[in-house]
Design a protein around this ligand. Structure first.
Ligand code: NAD
Ligand code: IPM
Ligand code: MN
Length: 347
């Protein structure tokens, strides 16, 4: 029997609830489909930091490298550990070290979910650059605490980094409707985004079958609300993609529905699957987190591992649950009830 080694990092807050839910679904679908999943759970989190002084051990990345995939809940407990410490100590280093440069975030309405736009027919895949750009961590602060203080945060866009994410976007567009939206702010930013636009034009010449449109990030934010059905594949930098995908989550009914895959397309290291949302301290411990985003992310993991039928079965079960009205209204159904409905639909 084929068996996949999965690293589980539940993390903080609702990350623990939603990964537990996703794992139940994964176990059931694997048993049905006849493949094995061998989990190893890592307690790396803000609680772990408070105990040990680090978000993960020094050999954490080396340990994870041996797995077929990573399933993560959420990282961050800002009341006790600054986000700049927790995210730069665990989530962001994994994305970078494993060259998970393509962050895929699908936005569409599940059956029975109305969303704030009232049932608009859209099907968007946002592809977010995931390893550099505005998240490079380059910069510094001088004259701290004085009237002359200056803080600098430098975005780093490399040719290799921009080229590979754009190519990924063009390939995705080619495999879907042939429409690609590239998002920048090249009217205000003079270097990185102008470079991005130039690279887009250069690569577009190799994809005559893909029609590419350049949008500014501000106009794209409005378009996602006003005319989401006009969009298909969106490619954006790390920060712009981050912001647009919370907006995408909102139009699909809320953060509890937005899934994501941090892909290493070259398969030279494990990819990581996690919901778009965070640890949601405001609802942690209440048992009301929507696990659908995490379950959908688990389906993306199976798809990446090549278990296409099992992945499709999970998506079908999620849809059956929401079609029956389970989990469609934020806060109405408990995490367990939604998970149970998905498990039932798999039977
Ligand atoms: P958040 O996504 O945790 O929460 C934003 C809002 O959405 C909250 O009102 C929350 O209750 C709601 N929400 C989120 N997920 C939900 C779900 N599954 N079901 C129902 N409601 C849900 O964002 P935040 O409050 O800005 O961040 C909280 C912490 O999580 C911070 O430490 C932040 O840095 C971290 N964070 C981590 C990740 C990650 O690990 N990938 C992603 C985003 C935020
Ligand atoms: C996400 C999150 C992270 C990001 C944060 C927590 C660093 O918001 O996965 O969308 O910005 O990438
Ligand atoms: Mn985000």
């Amino acid at each position: 029997m084929k068996t996949y080694k999965i690293a589980l990092i539940p993390g903080d807050g609702i990350g623990r609830d939603v990964t537990a839910a996703a794992w139940q679904v994964l176990e059931k679908v694997a048993a049905k489909a006849g493949f094995g999943l061998e989990p190893t759970s890592f307690p790396w989190s803000c609680a772990y930091y408070k105990e040990t002084g680090a978000m993960m051990p020094a050999d954490g990345i080396a340990t994870l490298r041996g797995f077929d995939a990573i399933l993560l809940g959420a990282v961050g407990w800002p009341a006790e550990v600054p986000d700049s410490v927790s995210l730069h100590g665990l989530l962001l280093p994994i994305r970078k070290a494993f060259e998970q440069y393509a962050n895929i975030r699908p936005h569409r309405l599940l059956p029975g979910v109305e969303g704030p736009l009232k049932a608009r027919d859209f099907d968007i895949v946002c592809i977010r650059e995931n390893t550099e750009g505005e998240y490079s961590g380059a910069g510094g602060r001088v004259h701290q605490g004085t009237a002359n203080e200056v803080a600098v945060e430098t975005s780093i866009f490399t040719r290799a980094g921009v080229e590979r994410i754009l190519r990924f976007g063009f390939e995705q567009a080619r495999s879907r409707s042939g429409k690609l939206a590239s998002v920048t702010k090249s009217n205000a930013q003079k270097y990185s985004m102008v470079f991005w636009d130039e690279m887009t034009a250069r690569i577009a010449a190799e994809y005559p079958d893909v029609s590419v449109t350049n949008y500014h990030i501000d106009a794209m934010a409005a378009r996602m609300v006003m005319a989401p059905e006009s969009l298909d594949v969106i490619v954006a930098s790390n920060l712009f993609g981050d912001i647009l995908t919370d907006l995408g989550a909102a139009i699909q009914g809320g953060l509890g529905f937005a899934a994501s895959a941090n892909l290493n397309p070259d398969r030279s290291a494990p990819s990581m699957f996690e919901p778009v949302h965070g640890s949601a301290p405001d609802i942690a411990h209440l048992g009301i987190a929507n696990p659908i985003a995490a379950i959908w992310s688990a389906a993306m993991m199976l798809d990446h591992l090549g278990e296409k039928t099992a992945a499709a079965e999970i998506m079908h079960a999620i849809s059956a649950a929401t079609e029956a009205g389970i989990g469609t209204v934020p806060g109405k159904d408990k995490t367990d009830a939604i998970t149970y409905a998905v498990l039932n639909a798999l039977a």
